[in-house]
Write a protein that binds this ligand. Structure first.
Ligand SMILES: *Cc1c(COP(=O)(O)O)cnc(C)c1O
Length: 494
């Protein structure tokens, strides 16, 4: 029987996986969730003999049940190929008593590549399966990394167009250059004078605009999403949690069945939610440690049961986590509410009207797999410095948030469960902050000079993704107010 995807805000109806991928977000504003959690059909032992693609297939086939074996394998084959700079796709490094799962070996050197390398294939396959006639226009809000990864995936893909909105001034220099130099006849990149939450809210409003939808349909377009609200983003992410576990078994680091913890640098709650899904399908996961930067709305939530976005938005050196409205938390809320869509809808209404909500004690009890933590800017810089000094391993600013929070967790709990720290970006993507941490001083050199210095200092080669943009021409310079996002989309589709 097919897995059906229902809205977190409506108890009736539902779509097959391919339909949910094409649609992106439910028309009532809710997110699609599977009507049940399948269980892994292959033993851990057999999975540990497979490569990344093999594991990805075993995981994704459980959730994307209306794709044929041939379709799914075609998507996986084309996604996880030599776009990645290592055949392992997601290698583990053992550093200072933890395993760093490096998810930054793809085209844009951040973990978003893990899902966005495959989403365009899933999307076009799904469109074909459902005889979609219109051109699919992907609307994406980005805190820095999704934008480029989605652009790279969807540029010049037949039957698709893509518009990316990013917070002008709220991303790193490498992130911005990666986006504004993007080539392709079907792409548009727009900076907005606002933060990520503004961009995400603006995009969600466009999705909810029924009048615009009708107007676009007449002109032969339909919108979809490449954000982690799309299950085509979420499901491929479950694969690397399973993969990490099976590697540890394969290398004899843990026994089959032994529990491990994951520490995840978190923003929109998509990555860590995939870890929760991995647990639901049968991976022995102990704690999911949710690491926030100074925008610690999730830490406060796990502590108090109150989600409250009414606070100052802080720009940090881990910009991809500068988020106060973590969209994917809605999927967890739905689960812990006992799959009660009405209760979930009520809380989300409160979030949009008052900027906050409180869960019941019973729901809070069901969050016990999650431990919240946060790290300050100084602590992260110190951690980057200390780990490099002690081990020679260089981590980026986002991974440093997770590494710091994990260290605090171990000091506090003495929990020695083997732990995987999810490493989400290459240090070359956030070189200024990384170099400032390593050299313990403010840097005034140009970003590309710092990149060369990081490489000289550590012996790491500058990734292709960075070389590509060093001298590339700026092709996108549109900046608009958050109120004008819809107009920019209409203009692009003229
Ligand atoms: C997107 C991103 C995150 C946060 O992931 P979520 O799924 O939004 O929680 C963390 N680190 C990096 C480098 C990212 O690009």
């Amino acid at each position: 029987m097919d897995i059906i995807y229902r809205s977190t805000r409506k108890s009736t109806g539902g779509l097959k996986a391919s339909e949910a991928i094409v649609q992106g977000i439910s028309t009532d504003g809710g997110l699609f969730v599977p009507d049940r959690f399948p269980k892994l059909e292959t033993s851990i032992k057999d999975l540990s003999k497979m490569d990344y693609k093999g594991v990805a297939y075993e995981v994704m086939k459980l959730f994307l049940t209306d794709f044929t074996e041939e379709e799914l394998k075609y998507c996986i084959e084309h996604a996880y190929d030599d776009k990645f700079d290592t055949g392992e796709i997601a290698p583990l490094s053992y550093v200072d008593n933890a395993y760093y799962l490096e998810l930054f070996h793809g085209k844009t050197i951040a973990f978003k590549d893990m899902a966005l390398s495959i989403l365009p294939y899933l999307m076009t396959t799904a469109a074909k399966k459902n005889q979609i006639k219109e051109k699919i226009v992907i609307l994406t809000a980005t805190s820095g990394d999704t934008g480029k990864a989605a652009l790279a995936g969807f540029a010049d893909v037949e039957g698709c167009g893509i518009v990316v909105f990013y917070p002008k001034g709220g991303v790193s220099r490498v992130q911005e250059r990666q986006m504004v130099t993007q080539k392709g006849a079907n792409v548009k990149v727009v900076g907005i004078t606002g933060n990520f939450d503004d961009a995400q809210t603006g995009v969600k409003q466009i999705f909810a605009d029924r009048e615009l939808e009708a107007q676009m349909k007449e002109r032969g377009y339909r919108f979809s999403s490449a954000n982690s609200i799309n299950i085509g983003r979420l499901i491929p992410q479950v694969a690397y949690y399973v993969f990490a576990y099976t590697r540890l078994v394969k290398e004899g680091r843990i026994a089959e069945g032994e529990k491990i913890n994951f520490t995840v640098p978190t923003g929109n709650f998509g990555n860590i939610l995939a870890g929760y899904y991995a647990k639901q399908i049968g991976i022995p996961v102990g704690k999911l440690i949710c690491a926030s930067n100074e925008n610690k709305v999730l830490f406060d939530f796990f502590e108090t049961g109150i989600y409250d976005r009414n606070r100052e938005f802080i720009l940090t050196s881990s910009p991809s986590m500068d988020i106060l409205i973590s969209s994917n938390l809605e999927r967890l809320i739905y689960e812990i509410a006992g799959e009660d869509a009405d209760a979930c809808a009520e809380l989300m209404k409160s979030l949009s009207e008052n900027g906050k909500y409180e869960i019941t004690p019973a729901m809070k009890e069901k969050c016990r797999d999650f431990i919240g933590g946060y790290a300050s800017e100084e602590e992260c810089a110190k951690r980057i410095h200390e780990v490099y000094a002690n081990t020679g391993y260089v981590m980026d600013t986002h991974t440093a948030v997770a590494s710091t929070v994990y260290k605090q967790y171990v000091e506090k709990t003495k929990d020695v469960t083997p732990t995987v720290i999810v490493s989400t970006a290459s240090p070359f993507k956030f070189t200024r902050s990384v170099m400032e941490a390593l050299e313990e001083k403010k840097e005034d050199a140009d970003d590309f000079e710092l990149i060369d210095r990081l490489s000289a200092m550590t012996g790491m080669t500058v990734p292709n993704a960075v070389e590509e943009i060093r001298n590339a021409e700026v092709l996108h310079d549109t900046v608009c107010d958050k109120e004008q996002m819809k107009d920019e989309v209409i203009k692009f589709l003229k």
